[in-house]
Design a protein around this ligand. Structure first.
Ligand SMILES: [Zn+2]
Length: 252
């Protein structure tokens, strides 16, 4: 699943490519919106909200999309070959005079009134990378269910928005707890929230720097702190990684 920072990068690229320009092409390949036509409307902004992308256009409309597991928005210059996947995977095309944005494999594509955005993203907790980030509210939501395993609580976007598998494992490592520790048993939960925020921000500044990851994807390799081999297991169907020495708490 894309992390909040992946969605943020996508939103930034889309915003740079489209915002301020009128749409000259609009093709939404979802039966419900097949006849929707946004051409002539200027793109106002492209905003990430958790893992959702909100593309706002003139006239009070928002195109809501979600990347889920392997969706992607690609941006092309005129004449450039599209290489995001086969044509049947294209769900949306938004073009301006200078750029064409092509949405591939988008499991969620929905056109709604901008004033109704809360209907699709209002359930999200504070966004780690959003302008309205609120650590106290995130902590309050996380601790509302103290028996919940840490990894699961971090992945629940209703608690705080923006954490996927990678940063769930990384945040647990920095908190010194396994993903299975009930969150109410964490000695200093406020540090957890700070760690998550710092991780996402560091990754946003240097996207793609996998070597900054301490445990994720490093199964059987030595822990960067104590040299103990990193372990991995499925947590709720998703891969989790941890150091058995640096992190305390239950394991599968
Ligand atoms: Zn270790």
């Amino acid at each position: 699943m894309p992390e909040g920072d992946t969605v943020l990068q996508t939103a930034r690229r889309l915003h740079t490519a489209l915002a301020g320009h009128p749409l000259t092409r609009c093709d939404l390949r979802v039966p419900r919106y097949a006849t929707a036509d946004l051409t002539g409307r200027t793109v106002l902004d492209v905003t990430p909200r958790g893992k959702h992308l909100l593309t706002r256009v003139e006239g009070g409309l928002t195109l809501h999309s979600h990347l889920r597991m392997d969706g992607a928005w690609q941006i092309y210059a005129p004449g450039e070959r599209w290489r995001g996947g086969p044509a049947h995977q294209i769900r949306a095309i938004l073009g301006t005079a200078g750029r064409t944005a092509v949405g591939y494999r988008l499991p969620v594509l929905e056109l709604l009134r901008t004033r109704d955005e809360a209907r699709v993203v209002g359930h999200l907790g504070p966004d780690l990378l959003g302008p309205d980030w609120d650590p106290d509210e995130a902590l309050r939501r996380l601790l509302a269910d103290p028996a919940r395993p840490l990894g699961e609580a971090l992945l629940d976007q209703r608690n705080l928005a923006g954490i996927g598998n990678i940063f769930a494992s990384e945040t647990c490592f920095r908190a010194g707890a396994t993903p299975w520790l009930p969150i109410g048993e964490l000695p200093a939960p406020e540090r957890l929230v700070t760690a998550a925020k710092n991780l996402l921000e560091a990754h946003r500044e240097r996207p793609g720097h996998r070597r900054t990851l301490a445990v994720y994807g490093r199964a059987d390799r030595p822990c960067l702190r104590c040299r103990t081999p990193i372990r991995t297991a499925l947590h709720d169907g998703r891969p989790a990684y941890w150091c058995p020495r640096c992190q305390s708490g239950p394991t599968p």
